[in-house]
Each structure stands twice: as C-alpha cells, then as structure tokens.
Design a protein around this ligand. Structure first.
Ligand code: ZN
Length: 296
C-alpha cells in the first residue's frame, strides 16, 4: 500500500516537474546502471599545468562522490583505483580563462574595498562641511541683524553717545573681518571636497575599466562525462577554486549516475554553473530516484 502510494506520489511528481515528458519511456540500461550497481571511478591523470597533485585532488573527488552516496542513502559511487572509470584533468584555454576571471574578481574586490573607504571618508567630511556651513549661515544672519540694529541706533542716537557707538562699530567691523575669513576657509574646504569627490570618481572609473566589455563565454562547460555503453570517462577542463571544482565534480558524477540536466538553477544538475548552486538539492536527489523508479 505504501509502495503504491509512493509510486503514485512519484508519478505525480513526475507529472508536476516534467509535464512535457510523456509518455514515460523505459530508460536505457546505461542510464539506470547506478540504480542496481555501484559505479566505480578512479583518478587517472592530472595535467601538471593545473599545479594540482593527486594527493590534493583525490580527497575532493572522494568528497563529491560521498556527497552523492550520502544523499542517495547508499554507495552508488565507489573509489576503485584499478577498475574505476577514469577521471582526467586536461588543461586548456578554459583554465586560463578561469584564472583570469579569478584574478579579475580579486582585483575588483580590492577596488571595492578602497571605494568603500573613500566613500565613507568623503561622506564624513561632507557632513562636517555641512555643519560648518550651517554655523556660518547662522553667524551671517546674526551679523546682518546686528549691523541693521546698529545702523538704526546710529541714526537715532544723540551726539553724546558717539564714543559708545564707535566702540560698537569697531566690534562689528572686527566680526565682519573674521566672518570674511571664515567664508574663505569654507571656499577652500569646498574645493578640497570636490577634489575628494573627483578622486572617488576616478577610483570607480578605474575599477570599471578592469571589467572586459565582453564577458568570456563558455565558462560553464568546464567538465565532461562521456559514456559509451558501460564505459565512462570524466574530464575536468577548468576550475576556479576547490569549491568550484567540487560543484563540477558533483555535476559530472551526476551524469555518471545517468542523470540529465535539470531546469532548476540551484540544482547541481543544472546545465550551467551559476552562483546559486551550493551542493546537491532535493531536485537532484529526486531526479535520480525518479530515474530509478521509471526504469522499465
Ligand atoms: Zn552537464
């Protein structure tokens, strides 16, 4: 009863996920081999240009194989240094492209850090400048009001108050002089800020100039799983870092298990490596389970 229900659920899922895939054809034996037997693999060769030793590569391969084994709940992939299908690392322009891409990303990251620093610095200085400007405007208003009040008083005052007025006038003149000096300082500060802004713009322009007008294409095709009958061969052409390589190995091992590409962008079996993949997803696992339940 539970089995029937599960099959029904599987059939329903199949219908939900692959509405165009009708009718369900029996899959060739090479596709479903992993449903009833272990697929064994071995590390065959690594082009020295990768700078990757077998001691470094083997644990990564084993890790990717183990991730599948754990996800599927049984040892579908087995390491067999004698009989396993060969895994080769072949160096070509794709790896060169990967390295250039990696270098570019690092450089952009450095620029972004510097831009962030400059921007923070600029914004802080701008805030300080704004405050000085506000204080200056306030003083400006006050001085204008005081001068107006003084002029009124001077017009109405009797000649006896001349000495007192003279002292007040001298004070106002000295304030005016000081005020003019502050205006000059503000002008100088404005120029300094404009320079800073220009510097920031230059850094941003330098950063953007690093990005090639045409993004390199074909970066997704960095691995290959060839299969003829029961004979398989995996080739790795390029990888950016250990995580990237693990994702590619997971994908190619998925092909070795008979899986095709999936539409879900975050699935390992999506046709292109993209930023949304982290590891095996339920879509990857379901694809294998469906493949095995569909075998006729
Ligand atoms: Zn593929």
């Amino acid at each position: 009863m539970i089995l029937r229900l599960l099959l029904l659920v599987a059939a329903l899922l199949l219908w939900v996920f692959w509405p165009d895939n009708t009718p369900v054809k029996p899959l060739p034996a090479s596709k479903t081999a992993s449903c009833f037997q272990q697929i064994s693999w071995r590390l065959d060769s690594i082009d020295p240009a990768f700078g990757l030793s077998a001691e470094q590569a083997l644990p990564l391969l084993q890790d990717a194989a183990n991730q599948w084994n754990q996800a599927l709940g049984k040892e579908v992939l087995r390491y067999d240094p004698q009989q396993g299908f060969p895994v080769r690392f072949i160096f070509d322009a794709r790896q060169q492209q990967q390295l250039e891409q990696l270098m570019l990303e690092r450089n952009l990251h450095r620029y972004d850090n510097r831009i962030e620093d400059q921007q923070r610095d600029f914004e802080q200085q701008l805030a300080e400048f704004q405050q000085l400007k506000d204080e200056f405007a306030e003083k400006d208003r006050q001085l204008a009001a005081d001068i107006q009040a003084f002029n009124q008083k001077a017009q109405q005052a009797d000649p006896g108050a001349a000495a007192l007025l003279g002292k007040e006038q001298a004070e106002l003149l000295s304030r005016q002089k000081e005020h003019a000096l502050e205006a000059e300082q503000l002008d100088a500060l404005t120029e300094k800020l404009q320079d800073r802004q220009q510097q920031l713009n230059n850094t941003i322009a330098d950063r953007n100039a690093l990005i090639p007008e045409q993004q390199p294409t074909g970066l997704a095709e960095v691995g290959l799983l060839e299969q003829q009958g029961a004979n398989r061969m995996m080739t790795i052409f390029a990888y950016k870092d250990a995580h990237h390589l693990t994702l590619t190995l997971l994908h190619e091992f998925g092909h070795a298990l008979g899986l095709d590409h999936l539409a879900d962008r975050s699935s390992i079996m999506h046709s292109q490596l993209n930023g949304s993949q982290q590891g095996l997803t339920s879509a990857d696992i379901q694809a294998w389970q469906q493949q095995c339940s569909a075998r006729g």
